[in-house]
Design a protein around this ligand. Sequence first.
Ligand SMILES: [Zn+2]
Length: 257
Amino acid sequence: MIFRLVSLSLILCFFWGCAPNKIVFKETSSNSPAHQPVPPLTTDQLFGLRNPHGMISDPESGQYALREVMENYLSLKEKASQNGWHLILVSGYRTFYSQRRIWNNYDKSYENMKSLSEKARVRAIMSVVSVPGLSRHHWGTDLDISEETLRGQLVKIQPDTPKKVIQFYQWMEQNAPQFGFCKVYLGDRGAVVDEPWHWSYFPFSRVYAGQILEIRNFSKIMDIKVARVNYLMKNFPFILKKETQSTNIECLADGKN
Ligand SMILES: [Zn+2]
């Protein structure tokens, strides 16, 4: 009997993932999308070193995401078009290697600022791009979404931001949560500053975010081709804390997805 219970739990683990701090979903809103079981991701997949299984692409941009994530994005896009907005998916799934390229390019942009300490340089890079291996874009759950008015640009809200752009972000805040998406980077916590374009499919990403915290060995992402890797290694507990603290805790609240 005990053996049967163990095997049953192993089977359930296989389908649902076994993160000890896995959060059980609560369906609190009639608008919540119907969730499939969370696709299990291995550590290599969480790090972006291997593609998650079963991703599909957005026909317009060619960007990839997990099937349920993309289907909800396309439904959101359909609703947006009925309201006069044309969503543009700028970035979906990213591999470790594409994240490394972005990270290294930002690092290079600080090349001439010799007075900047290494700590300040890493913090500056981390405010705009996640450390390769720790990006939420590795999970196939997170999307950078722009709009035709913005010509596909990812823009922050500034005092001189055109009214139409602000109206678009407001529309997204009112509508994206009905399709499972939450705006994870508010800019007042952790490393990443405000990113009004970055939307995370929380029914899945909340689980993967918990699984990242359970990983004890990050040596695979300490790649010598990553700029500032020695600094990252030396300060890794702090780096990890900063990255994982960036998330908007309101996304975890009931009724948000
Ligand atoms: Zn993003």
